[in-house]
Design a protein around this ligand. Structure first.
Ligand code: SAM
Length: 289
């Protein structure tokens, strides 16, 4: 079981956590966002928390949450991870358009790309949202297929693509249901050198078909393994806010990868704050050859 986190400095910093909130620095912007699992005390004095430019106040009894703005934000603003830039905005659902803990998976994938004899590795990114992984992979010369069911997410990912001056054909944009798309790719005999997926606990396809993590992931994973090229490099499954465990994800991936040589890892996707307190943000299991 790995507590996986990205340990190099970049434009994201977890300054503190406590009393149900995270204090985060995204480039120059400091935000306070709720996180229900944070049941311990704050480490930094209130004066430091007082420096937040905006605080997301969760809604109560069905009421939507909203941002309390204390200091005018440059919207959008950008942050940088290695040589890749991302556009951030305050979304109505406390999100910023990027999951900082994914930096650990980006690093993992970059390492798997090394010493590849294939000039343009083909990578499939399912539930790809604003394209965090897509931009990192395209910047490292991959041809990425970016699949998401949400038009606003694909539009935002396109803005990230332009921001990084990436070649137009470096990404194939697919607005579709991940399950349906994968089944079509199997029929087409398509093969990928790597697959990353980050399904939500609960979601909808463009046609409204419901996605449920525990119910729908086993068959999607089995289908995805059929899309792996013989010398594929990796398959990564992330999970957020599911009532599943990293161990369960690992058992599922072991079944799906049975008979395929390679190494399996699983654990919690974490963020580490300055005073080295580590918080879990999700779970993952991954295979690599
Ligand atoms: C948690 S976000 C993914 C975050 C992303 N991987 C990242 O690190 O930037 C989940 C995404 O799944 C998409 N989604 C939900 N149900 C879907 C479905 N059935 N098919 C494809 N995408 C779906 C949502 O639109 C959302 O963008």
């Amino acid at each position: 079981m790995i507590l996986e986190h990205y340990d190099k400095p970049w434009d994201f910093e977890l300054l503190d956590t406590g009393n149900g909130f995270r204090l985060e620095k995204w480039g120059e912007v400091i935000l306070a966002r709720p996180d229900p699992q944070i049941i311990w005390q704050k480490s930094l004095p209130e004066a430091e928390w007082g420096k937040a430019w905006a605080i997301f106040k969760p809604g109560s009894s069905g009421e939507k949450g909203r941002w309390g703005i204390k200091h005018k934000l440059p919207e959008p603003w950008t942050v940088q991870f290695q040589n890749v830039r991302f556009l951030l905005k305050l979304s109505p659902f406390k999100h910023t358009g990027l999951f900082a803990e994914q930096a650990a998976q980006w690093k993992f994938m970059i390492e798997r790309l090394k010493d590849s004899k294939i000039e343009k590795l083909k990578i499939l990114n399912l539930f790809a949202y604003t394209g965090g992984a897509t931009m990192v992979l395209a910047k490292h010369g991959c041809q990425v297929t970016h699949v998401d069911a949400s038009k606003p997410a694909i539009t935002w990912a396109n803005e990230n693509h332009k921001l990084n001056n990436l070649p137009p054909n470096s990404v194939r944009w697919i607005l579709d249901d991940a399950v349906k798309f994968v089944k079509r790719e199997i029929k087409r005999g398509a093969k990928y050198d790597g697959i990353i997926m980050d399904p939500p606990a609960f979601g909808h396809s463009p046609s409204g078909k419901v996605w449920k993590f525990n119910e729908d992931l086993p068959s999607l994973l089995a289908d995805c393994v059929r899309l792996l090229a013989n010398d594929a490099r990796f398959l990564i499954v992330n999970g957020y806010a599911t009532n599943s465990s990293a161990l369960a994800l690992n058992n599922l991936l072991e079944d799906a990868m049975r008979g395929k040589p390679g190494k399996m890892e699983f654990g919690e996707l974490c963020l580490q704050q300055k005073n080295s307190r580590t918080i879990s943000t999700g779970i993952f299991a991954r295979w690599h050859n």
